[in-house]
Write a protein that binds this ligand. Structure first.
Ligand code: ZN
Ligand code: ZN
Ligand code: ZN
Length: 204
C-alpha cells in the first residue's frame, strides 16, 4: 500500500522562506490537507477527488498559485517535483522528508539568485544613477542648462549601465555623463550647464 507519511515542500512567495509539512496519507485522502507558511500568507492545499490529487501550490519563483493534478501513484510514492508553469523550474516537492528538505534548500538558493539578478537591474550603482538623473533634471531646468554647440537645445537621453548619454536631436552629437561612482556625481554637481560638443566629435 501507499507510504504512510508524505512530506510536502514549497517556497513561500510572500516571505521567501521554505515551507515543509509532513502529512499522513490517510488523513489527506479523507479530508485533504494544507501546509501553511509560518508567516500566514501562503498555504499549499492538497485535495483528493477519489481519482486524482489536486494541488494548489503557492509559487516562490513567479508569485502565482499553480494548480497541479497528480495521479495517486505519483503523489503517494517516491519523490515528485512540480514545475512552475512560468519559469519551468520546480517549485514544489513531494516525497520523503530528507529529499524534500534538500530540494527545498536548492530551490531557496535558486530563488535568491534570481531575485538578485532581477534587482541588479542594469545599473552599476542604482543610487548614483538616480542621483545623477535628478541632478541632470536640475541642470536642464535652468535656462540654457543643456545645449549643444550646434546651437540646438533639443536633446534626448539614453540611459546605460554606467552612464547617461545626452544626444542632440538636431546634429546627433553625444555627451556622455558617467553615472557609476560618487566621483561622477560630484563632477556633475559643480556644473551649472552642460554643452553637447556639436556634430562629429562625441567627446566631452
Ligand atoms: Zn511565508
Ligand atoms: Zn510559478
Ligand atoms: Zn547639436
Amino acid at each position: 500500500m501507499s507510504e504512510e507519511m508524505r512530506t510536502f515542500g514549497y517556497l513561500c512567495p510572500a516571505c521567501g522562506g521554505t515551507v515543509m509539512g509532513i502529512r499522513p496519507v490517510f488523513g489527506l485522502e479523507a479530508s485533504g490537507g494544507e501546509v501553511a507558511c509560518g508567516c500566514g500568507k501562503s498555504a499549499l492545499r492538497i485535495a483528493f477527488d477519489g481519482t486524482r490529487w489536486r494541488l494548489y501550490v503557492p509559487c516562490g519563483l513567479c508569485g502565482e498559485t499553480h494548480t497541479a493534478l497528480c495521479p495517486p501513484e505519483r503523489l503517494l510514492r517516491g519523490d515528485t517535483a512540480l514545475a512552475c508553469a512560468r519559469t519551468k523550474q520546480f517549485c514544489c516537492f513531494i516525497g520523503s522528508e530528507k529529499t524534500v528538505e534538500k530540494q527545498l534548500r536548492d530551490l531557496e538558493i535558486l530563488a535568491e539568485k534570481e531575485k538578485r539578478d532581477g534587482e541588479k537591474e542594469f545599473f552599476v550603482d542604482q543610487i548614483i544613477m538616480y542621483e545623477v538623473l535628478s541632478e541632470l533634471r536640475d541642470i536642464a531646468a535652468r535656462p540654457g542648462g543643456i545645449t549643444c554647440a550646434c546651437g540646438s537645445s533639443r536633446y534626448g537621453m539614453e540611459i546605460r549601465r554606467s552612464a547617461i548619454d545626452l544626444i542632440c536631436r538636431d546634429c546627433g552629437a553625444r555627451l556622455r555623463v558617467p553615472a557609476a561612482a560618487d566621483r561622477d556625481l560630484d563632477d556633475l554637481c559643480c556644473r551649472m550647464k552642460l554643452v553637447l560638443p556639436g556634430r562629429g566629435t562625441g567627446e566631452r
